[in-house]
Design a protein around this ligand. Structure first.
Ligand code: G3H
Ligand code: 13P
Ligand code: ZN
Length: 307
């Protein structure tokens, strides 16, 4: 199946109150695990590539892996740039065949963010590519940039930003954050703010970054086999399900995939100290990715059988 754009995916998701999972890909086992889950669940998918993933695997390798997956798949798949930091990386991904890019100007002043987003939109739209932008700031680690505090998205600014920049979807800050340590105390999202933004932008697809749930059984499993992940905490699954019914059409998940792989690889090594064939420990890791994505599709996204 050829690479798809998010347009129809999001339109249906919005109407029916579910979300599409955007999963970060870095190597073959991750691509395969995600694709197997999507195929079994009959769910549309977004495979997203960060600057870190491009640096780790190389854009050509990542694209060839994705192409291989698509040549076998019969589900719609979007290939998306995650957190593009400038026009040039967005352009490189558009030229390289991505169907969607994110320009993340959330750290720029409002006017500068609009200006570069607009520039990316012009280049992308001429080539039929979707553009996600971001307004507001998430706390946490992102491509080695660490933000201590979040700045929640202002609803009036969100409307002005969308109108003036022409972006197709908007990532907003309502309390989620990147990584495995999202909340010190009780998990809390600003649903009032989400509802306000979504009512002021009717029909418009919103995006939630930093949406891993950090399931405690995986934290415990990793810790049991030597990890030190004390205090790791994510967004409860039911909160994400609720967000998907309030205009959030894309939910970004990376940390939970990392956690599932790491816990299972640690377990494998603890139980097989003699093992040194990478296939032996990457096989359970790939299976863990598949099961984690399947769990997301069922419990969080609600995107099973939406093809
Ligand atoms: O937003 C961050 C994503 O989890 C990607 O992480 O930059 O380490 O590849 P990365
Ligand atoms: P998590 O760290 O919560 O998985 O968020 C991933 C993300 O937002 C990628 O852009
Ligand atoms: Zn993100």
């Amino acid at each position: 199946m050829p690479i798809t754009t998010p347009r129809e995916m999001f339109a249906r998701a919005y109407k029916e109150g579910y979300a599409i999972g955007a999963f970060n890909v870095n190597n073959m086992e991750i691509v395969q695990g995600i694709m197997q889950a999507g195929a079994e669940e009959r769910s549309p998918l977004i495979l997203q590539v960060s600057a870190g993933a491009r640096a780790y695997a190389g854009q050509t390798y990542i694209m060839k892996l994705v192409e291989a997956a698509l040549s076998e798949a019969d589900i719609p798949v979007v290939v998306h740039l995650d957190h593009g930091a400038d026009f040039d990386i967005c352009k490189a991904c558009i030229d390289g065949g991505f169907s969607s890019v994110m320009f993340d100007g959330s750290h720029f002043p409002f006017e500068k963010n609009i200006e570069i987003t607009r520039q990316v939109v012009e280049y992308a739209h001429e080539r039929g590519v979707w553009v996600e932008a971001e307004l507001g700031q998430l706390a946490g680690v992102e491509d080695d940039v660490h933000a201590e505090h979040s700045i929640y998205t202002d609803p009036d600014q969100a409307v002005e930003f969308v109108q003036r920049s022409g972006c197709d979807s908007l990532a907003i800050a309502i309390g989620t954050s990147h990584g495995a340590y999202k909340f010190k105390g009780e998990a809390k999202l600003d649903f009032e703010r989400l509802d306000k933004i979504s009512s002021m932008l009717p029909g418009y697809p919103l995006v939630l970054h930093g949406a891993s749930s950090v399931p405690q059984e995986f934290v415990e499993m990793a810790n049991q086999y030597g990890a030190k992940l004390g205090g790791a905490k994510g967004v409860p699954e039911e909160m994400l399900r609720k967000a998907a019914k309030s205009g959030v059409c894309k939910i970004n998940i990376d940390s939970d995939i990392r956690l599932a792989m790491t816990a299972n690889i640690r377990k494998y090594f603890a139980e097989h100290p003699e093992a040194f064939d990478p296939r032996a420990y990457l096989k359970p890791a790939r299976q863990a990715v598949k099961e984690m994505v399947q769990r997301k599709i069922r419990n969080v996204l609600g995107s099973s059988h939406k093809i």
